[in-house]
Write a protein that binds this ligand. Structure first.
Ligand code: DAT
Ligand code: MG
Length: 159
């Protein structure tokens, strides 16, 4: 395992759930070779929203952001793989879907900054992945399992 075991927090936001995009997002992450180790369909309450987006509490868009993320269910997940946090961010595309590259999740599935389908831990914010995983999941909700395809995904893993 070693360097293949980085974990990152990912969430299909309320707009993605309402638009029926859970499967599309999961499919892209699975196809990439990332390993799902936890998932939860849930509604975020105000306290959790304010903690999750705490870094933005002084921004003018904070209240709208909290209202949006609590307005409908989300699909929260933990994915594992080599360089997982940064790789998921690359797959997501930039924050504003209008500017995100085609081929990325936001660039293919969204048009508006406030409704950008997916959250992923910020790889430039040290430890954000571990913090966010702990905020949404208890240890026993995460599953350690062997992905039989691992040897076909990583050159240094056994078949
Ligand atoms: P990201 O979700 O790409 O990590 P972020 O952490 O900077 O982006 O912001 C969190 C969310 O807040 C983002 O997904 C959408 C919303 N947001 C960011 N900047 C915004 C802005 N200028 N106006 C309105 N909403 C914004
Ligand atoms: Mg962010």
């Amino acid at each position: 395992m070693s360097h293949h075991d980085e974990r990152t927090f990912v969430m299909v936001k309320p707009d993605g759930v309402q638009r029926g995009l859970i499967g599309e997002v999961v499919s892209r992450l699975e196809d990439r070779g990332l390993k799902l180790v936890g998932a939860k369909f849930m509604q975020i309450d105000r306290d959790l929203a304010e903690e999750h987006y705490g870094e933005h509490e002084d921004k003018p868009f904070f209240d709208d952001l909290v209202e949006f993320i609590t307005a409908a269910p989300v699909f929260a997940m933990v994915w594992e793989g080599a360089d997982a946090t940064r790789q998921v961010r690359r797959m997501m595309g930039t924050t504003d879907p209008a500017e995100a590259q085609p081929g990325t999740i936001r660039g293919d599935l969204g048009l508006d900054l406030g409704q950008n389908v997916i959250h992923g831990s910020d790889h430039e914010d040290e430890g954000a992945n571990e913090r966010e995983i702990a905020l949404f999941f208890d240890d026993e909700e995460l599953v350690d399992w062997e992905q039989s395809a691992e040897g076909w995904l990583y050159e240094d893993a056994d078949f």
